[in-house]
Ligand binder design. Structure first.
Ligand code: GLA
Length: 372
């Protein structure tokens, strides 16, 4: 009798979970250069919030969330089909790997061996090289409430050592959180730094620049860069600089200040050293778009976050609704280990060894707040 009750409760519990898990719908999304079919997976939660992800580049294509009046809007920049992504020079929404951000002079040394990487950004390697994880077709599998993407990056691919087996799981919760779980294992020592390159505009994609968004970043320090946007190695206090986002500031408030770092980045394009208490998920950043009332919170297990104010967007990319993405029409908050860590022994290590499991989690949580 008691046993029967437990079984019944267990079944109800499972049903409850199932009822709250986001639904997943799959549809064709075009073809790769090589003619392989690409799919778009739309996750929808019980509030009607939607996240659409394609297995091409593991890319977040759209994110529909309500404003304070309940009106839905798509808050990430993206394209209507795979065709747009084949020419995606700005990494819109993509999964980034094997090494997110820059590796200086396109090389690093591991266990006494120098590895040369393809150059694709000045003299450096950016976002895993010209054929990084943003340009590959991932294997997709629907899982409860989300989508699991896997990819095997072969030993030597884009110059990196070791067969790297990567798994990324996107989950949409009923609390309007898009959770991204990254994991990887290797069969040789290698370096790994995975992230997502979504550009957000909380007023709606293509509606204008993001300069009025209020940004708060929980970082007392940032990593200043040289002319090639490679960290100098210094951890510089943000106090008294336009990089102090400990209290919320509009992105545009100080972006044109006479500041050497802003000049080098053409705006904000810097890694912030997150103030962390431990190793778990902690709030890294909070962004408010005052007119719509939409709020984005970024929680992560990572030590750093790249705040990029969309300085290289120049109107040549046209988005899914046909609108040109002009300079600063979107901002990115890329959770990560620090850029160029493989060449910076003082930075937290990005080395992954056989037998270890790389695992990081980032949550993009959407909500609204009342008019100020
Ligand atoms: C990252 C880099 C930027 C830029 C964008 C893509 O955010 O830090 O400098 O390369 O990717 O355009």
């Amino acid at each position: 009798m008691l046993f029967g009750r437990w079984v019944a409760l267990g079944v109800l519990g499972a049903m409850g979970l199932a009822a709250h898990a986001a639904s997943v719908k799959k549809q064709p999304f075009g073809k790769t250069q090589a003619g392989k079919p690409v799919e778009l997976y739309t996750l929808t939660n019980s509030k009607g919030v939607e996240a659409a992800i394609t297995n091409y580049g593991g890319t977040l294509v759209s994110m529909k969330v309500p404003d304070r009046a309940g009106k839905m809007g798509d808050v990430v920049l993206g394209f209507a089909s795979t065709e747009g992504y084949l020419k995606n020079t700005a990494y819109l929404g993509a999964l980034i790997g094997r090494y997110g951000n820059r590796i200086g002079k396109a090389k690093f040394t591991l266990n006494g061996v120098e590895y040369k990487l393809p150059v694709n950004n000045g003299e450096n390697t950016l976002h895993g090289g010209p054929n990084g994880f943003d340009k590959v077709l991932w294997t997709a599998k629907e899982v409860p409430g989300g989508l699991e993407l896997t990819y095997l990056s072969k030993d030597g691919e884009e110059g990196f050592p070791g067969n790297l087996s990567v798994k990324v799981v996107y989950t949409l919760t009923d609390d309007n959180e898009l959770k991204i779980d990254y994991s990887a294992t290797t069969d040789k020592d290698t370096v790994v730094n995975l992230t997502n390159h979504a550009y957000f505009n909380l007023a709606g994609e293509g509606t204008g620049d993001i300069l009025g968004h209020l940004v708060q970043i929980h970082a007392d320090r940032f990593t200043p860069v040289d002319a090639g946007l490679i960290p100098t190695g210094e951890l510089k206090p943000v106090a008294g600089t336009p990089f102090d986002f400990l209290k919320p500031h509009a992105i545009g408030a100080r972006i044109n200040d006479k500041d050497e770092q802003l000049k080098l980045g053409g705006g904000y394009d810097h890694n912030f050293v997150l103030n962390r208490k431990g190793a778990g998920l902690e709030l890294a950043a909070r962004v408010v778009e005052p007119k719509s009332g939409r709020v984005l919170e970024v929680l992560t297990t990572e030590p750093g976050i790249q705040f990029y104010s969309g300085n290289f967007l120049d109107g040549t990319l046209k988005g899914k609704a046909g609108k040109a993405y002009q300079k600063r029409y979107g901002f990115c908050l890329e959770t990560q280990h620090f850029p160029d860590s493989p060449n910076k022994p003082a930075f937290a290590s990005t080395t992954l060894k056989p037998g270890q499991r790389y695992h990081t989690t980032t949550i993009y949580k959407f909500s609204t707040e009342a008019a100020r």
